[in-house]
Design a protein around this ligand. Structure first.
Ligand code: ADP
Ligand code: ADP
Ligand code: MG
Length: 635
């Protein structure tokens, strides 16, 4: 067995590899960029070497620096993880040339599978069914168009050097082909430095089914069954599971045998994945599943295979790299139960899946029985330099329904703040009837988008809970940090043994509401303060609340009753009329500023005077919009 290992990666996969290496008594060496100086993988490793500035191009993708780090730290072997240099045959060769052990397949196997067209030709020769299409060397526009016409639309144009869901264009008719080809080539040249493309029949009702394979230096190759990764957004996997729902024994036998044939065709050593695309319009059938590509590395979603087989795939990688034979034979491997994984990303589904960066001031991930693979802890930052994956959450149970239910329970209480995440979206996907029925194609997310998007604001119970939380914080003394009087209005005074009724203005998700609550009344759930925000989670979605700014505590002060615009903005609504009697805390008008709505409310009981605000008008900061005059009769 190896005695020391450098992990040429970061984040969750570096932490994952370190865990197994440590269990096997192997000394671990991390590498890190400037941005990762305090990262979890650095904290977990026995030692760590700085390899350059934050951009991956200047650190994690610089092979020479990584090899130099291995030399400097005396590491015996290099594990590339996934992404970065893991499928770079030149780097693998350089590692070997430096006298180090490469934890992966031979560079020749990586090269053979590196380009999608060459890989497909190789598979055709090995008798593995491939997606129908054109792989030719003639890359002229006219020839590609003619081939697409002959295949029949829809077709998919793919960069031969593509990866990570990039460099692909679906074309639905001949008229759209030329434009799609142009933009696909442009993206391929920019992302992969190679603008060659292939054309495939676009499979309808597509399901992504892949088979985990493993080879050793003794010439053994086994498979560890299939995974279903059909739940994708923009060709990127979001939820993965094993085994594939609806897979019968005959079809499984056929694709697993094809996968082993594919691996043997390139003398495969180590962990690899053969990806297939299935036409699931009539269920999974052996004659409707085609080879798509091979990934010559450990896959992001490998934990679901580990859960159903009981195998530690990283341990197998390290044993095989040490020269040991595979620890198990094919006939010893079996499927036990069902496993599901979700990828928790720092992105905001409500804002078009915009990536979210910042410090994870709150990070509350589920515990057992959920398996958590992460590269961050509370207090760490999510930077814009790398992949926005925060964690993978995995559940294993005797059957699919139980595994999904268990995972949904874990996702439901996942909280993080102020970084946005897709947890609420994942929770909805896991609870969607079509997903539960196993009725999933790669179009699932697009088809059910509306049902999967969480609401930008919580339900009424959430608002009440937040209102009580904010009042509670105030009474606990935190309110001393706020200027001015108590930020709520007592509607009914305190009476012995009676709940107290108050109104408080809050904002959340760009909306401001005045909430009427009975203090002392029962509301379920828990809220928590994080910095200036009060946060609570509902269906996996974390919501943050703030006290809505009362006018009066801002510019003009409450005392004279002037209602000033606290910042430049637009008046959304005017809710009162000139001369109207208003109660303290009553909403007067709503201003939209910095994409947030703010209710301006009456600072005390009185009569509305000088009402200048008009719905729809733009106003500058500090403008008097209205005035509340003390009601003389009431005094
Ligand atoms: P996997 O196939 O292991 O499940 P993905 O399909 O999500 O993982 O991504 C494939 C690999 O490509 C991953 O290793 C990921 O780090 C990497 N990757 C992700 N985005 C890109 C990109 N834009 N360009 C190149 N590679 C990428
Ligand atoms: P990458 O290298 O980016 O992972 P793949 O060839 O594996 O590229 O394709 C990525 C995804 O695109 C697949 O998981 C599948 O969802 C979709 N896809 C690929 N080929 C086809 C096809 N011929 N028909 C329909 N969908 C496809
Ligand atoms: Mg792929």
């Amino acid at each position: 067995m190896l005695t020391s290992l450098l992990i040429a990666n970061r984040g969750e996969i570096a932490c994952r590899i370190i865990r197994t290496a440590r269990r096997l008594g192997i000394r671990t060496v991390a590498v890190y960029s400037d941005a990762d100086a305090d990262a979890l993988h650095v904290r977990h490793a026995d030692e760590a070497v700085h390899i350059g500035p934050s951009p991956a191009r200047e650190s994690y993708l610089v092979g020479d620096r990584i090899i130099a780090a291995a030399r400097a730290s005396g590491a015996e072997a290099i594990h590339p993880g996934y992404g970065f240099l893991s499928e770079n045959a030149g780097f693998a060769q350089a590692v070997i040339d430096a006298g180090l052990i490469w934890v992966g397949p031979d560079p020749a196997s990586i090269t053979a599978m590196g380009l999608k067209d060459a890989a497909k030709k190789l598979m055709q020769d090995a008798g593995v069914p491939t997606t129908p299409g054109y792989l030719g060397d003639d890359q002229s526009d006219a020839r590609l168009q003619a081939e697409a016409d002959a295949i029949g639309y829809p077709v998919l144009i793919k960069a031969v050097a593509g990866g990570g869901g990039k460099g692909m264009r679906r074309v639905d008719g001949a008229a759209d082909f030329a434009d799609a080809l142009l933009s696909c080539r442009r993206e391929a040249a920019a992302s992969f430095g190679d603008d060659r493309v292939l054309i495939e029949k676009y499979i309808l009702s597509p399901r992504h089914i892949e088979v985990q394979v493993f080879g050793d230096r003794q010439g053994n190759v086994v498979h560890l069954f299939e995974r279903d990764c059909s739940l994708q957004r923009r060709h990127q996997k979001v939820i993965e599971e094993a085994p594939a729902p609806g897979m019968d024994a005959e079809t499984r036998e056929a694709i697993c045998a094809a996968a082993v044939r594919a691996a043997k065709a390139v003398d495969y050593v180590g962990a690899g994945t053969i990806e297939f695309i299935a036409d699931a319009s009539a269920g999974l059938r052996a004659d409707r599943i085609w080879f798509m590509e091979m990934n010559t590395r450990l896959q992001v979603e490998h934990p679901v295979t580990e859960e159903i087989t009981g195998v530690d795939l990283v341990e197998w990688q390290l044993r095989v790299a040490s020269g040991e034979p595979l620890p198990m034979r094919q006939e010893d491997l079996a499927i036990n139960g069902h496993a599901v994984e979700v990828r928790l990303y720092a992105e905001d589904p409500i804002r078009g899946f915009l990536p979210s960066v910042g410090v994870l001031e709150l990070l509350d991930l589920p515990g057992a029985p959920i398996r958590v693979e992460t590269g961050v802890a509370e207090g760490d930052g999510i930077s814009s330099f790398y992949d926005p994956m925060i964690a993978k959450l995995i559940a294993h149970a005797p059957d699919r329904a139980a595994a999904i239910g268990r995972l949904a329970d874990g996702v439901e209480w996942t909280r993080l703040w102020p970084v946005a995440s897709n947890a609420g979206f994942l929770f909805r996907a896991l609870r969607h009837p079509a997903f539960l029925a196993g009725d999933v194609t790669t179009a699932f997310i697009a088809d059910h988008q509306d049902a999967l998007l969480p609401s930008p604001v919580p339900d009424a119970g959430g608002w009440k809970l937040a209102a009580l939380g904010l009042i509670g914080d105030y009474e606990d003394g935190l309110g001393a940090l706020l200027d001015g009087p108590a930020p709520w209005t007592a509607i009914e005074g305190f009476r012995l043994n009676q709940p107290r009724r108050s109104a408080i203005a809050l904002s959340c998700g760009g909306e401001t509401r005045v909430i009427d609550v009975w203090q002392g009344g029962e509301v379920g759930g828990a809220s928590q303060r994080v910095g200036d925000d009060l946060v609570l989670v509902e269906g996996g979605q974390t919501y943050g609340f703030r006290l809505a700014r009362f006018d009066g505590t801002g510019g003009g002060g409450a005392s004279d009753g002037a209602i000033l615009s606290p910042m430049p903005g637009r008046i959304v609504s005017v809710d009162v009329a000139e001369g109207q009697a208003v109660a303290k805390g009553q909403k007067l008008l709503v201003l939209e500023a910095m994409k947030m709505e703010q209710a301006l409310i009456a600072p005390f009981d009185g009569i509305v005077a000088d009402l200048k605000a008009v719905a729809g008008a733009q106003v500058a900061e500090g403008i008097t919009l209205a005035r509340v005059e003390k009601d003389a009769k009431a005094e």
